[in-house]
Write a protein that binds this ligand. Structure first.
Ligand code: PGA
Length: 251
């Protein structure tokens, strides 16, 4: 089975509703033309409704950037999977390094969120990645294996087809510093090895793993040529429609 290529934009805390709708209108034809690629926009909560409307009857999929693991209750400011599902959200980023760093997310909360996302038919995009310090100390492989193992605790093999992993080295996010295509491919191959250990050879071969961290139209081609890399999770470069389209055309 050929793994699907996925290009996901992570808009972070950017884009107003009218900008979101304009962006989606501008992307519609390209998404139609490249329907073999899954194109996802992970938008702020305040854009979800508008983005879903604009993306209706197009090939563009809409995702959220976070969710709570509980379905409801006294969690001021939070949004649950149960709330995202009925409005038509399909994907949700879980455990982005910015959430881990600034909002105290841990491997444990990531795992709870993954389970809850699956319960509500949302497809999690699980982010893992090491810091520069960890890379320099030679700890990348063990950190990544730990993050993957913990994120997938009590997740059944049959659910893996709903899940995407994004390998995002923290030192490459928003810094303009990309991992070389070789570094990205090597670490993603470690992730596949961990999935094989946790599940099976088949699972390791089939799971979709993206690279993320300063991806742009200049470095995307080399990354996409690598055997283990199934597309990209794109922050900064996903805010500019022309640049985002250029990247899609490089897949
Ligand atoms: P960046 O962000 O492309 O701006 O580095 C990627 C991400 O955080 O998902």
């Amino acid at each position: 089975m050929e793994r699907k290529k996925i290009i996901a934009g992570n808009w972070k805390m950017n884009m107003l509703p009218d900008e979101a709708m304009q962006f989606i209108q501008g992307l519609t034809n390209i998404a139609e033309k490249h329907s073999e690629i899954e194109i996802i926009l992970c938008v702020p909560y305040t854009d979800l409704f508008y983005a879903l409307m604009a993306a209706q009857n197009t090939k563009i999929k809409i995702g959220a950037q976070n969710m709570h693991w509980e379905e409801k209750g006294a969690f001021t400011g939070e949004i649950s999977g149960k709330m995202l599902e009925p409005i038509g959200v399909e994907y949700v980023i879980i455990g982005h390094s910015e959430r881990r760093a600034y909002f105290a997310e841990t491997d444990e909360t990531v795992n709870k969120k993954v389970k809850s996302a699956l319960k509500y038919n949302l497809k999690p995009i699980i982010c893992v990645g090491e810091t520069l310090e960890q890379r320099l100390k030679g700890e990348t492989d063990s950190i990544i294996r730990r993050q993957v193992k913990n994120a997938f605790e009590q997740i059944e093999e049959e659910d893996l087809k709903q899940i995407i992993i994004a390998y995002e080295p923290i030192w490459a996010i928003g810094t303009g510093k990309t991992a070389t295509a070789q570094e990205a491919d090597d670490t993603i191959s470690i992730i596949r090895q961990e999935i094989q250990q946790l599940y099976s050879k088949e699972a390791a071969k089939n799971i979709i793993i993206q690279y993320g961290g300063s991806v742009n139209s200049k470095n995307a081609k080399e990354l996409f040529e690598k055997q283990n890399i199934d597309g990209a999770l794109i922050g900064g470069a996903s805010l500019n429609l022309e640049e985002f389209i250029r990247i899609i055309q490089l897949v």
